[in-house]
Design a protein around this ligand. Sequence first.
Ligand code: AR6
Length: 188
Amino acid sequence: MENSQSQTPSPALNRIAVIEGDITRQRVDAIVNAANSSLLGGGGVDGAIHRAAGPQLLEECRQLKGCRTGEAKITQGYKLPAKWVIHTVGPVWQGGFRNEDELLAQCYRNSLALAELHGIQTIAFPAISTGAFMFPIQRATAIAVTEVKQFLEKNTSLEKVIFVCFSSELLNCYLQAVREIIGANSGE
Ligand code: AR6
């Protein structure tokens, strides 16, 4: 029987990559930081980014006067290979009844909008909220892939969005989400 589904490839296809690695090593225009609302550093990916960027990052972050959950702010990357850091604050998982899904989606939307505004062509995301903030991984990766896909369908300036996974479990979740939501396998 003929496949009745549309054969038109999504414009997101080929512009999304999923890799296992350390986001601080990525040679991209911007990396995204899963920060907290103080923007003054912390553990996890936030701590790694501040360590790799050096103390000037904290100095610039101090000027920003914090960031609300779901919003995003941009700084330079200093000693990082990335020129920019986009800091966003994911929601703390509280069982799913505190608007966590929408707030996480906003992190991706607002980070991508800032990237577009700054002419960024390549951007790497960590799995926002899935560490200290305890957002369930499968649910978080589905939201991440959905938001990036929707953004890429309208945007033409972003060339590559990379999901950087800090574990093979996360890598498998992203690959599955990409298969289910975009309909193709993406990876390197
Ligand atoms: N590269 C890529 N991903 C990483 C790296 C790295 N170097 N290090 C950790 N991850 P988390 P959150 C992954 O806890 O849940 C901080 O203290 C990690 O495996 O960094 O949003 C902030 O200051 C996980 O999948 O961020 C906040 O207080 C993902 O990054 C709070 O944690 C996110 O884990 C934010 O919590």
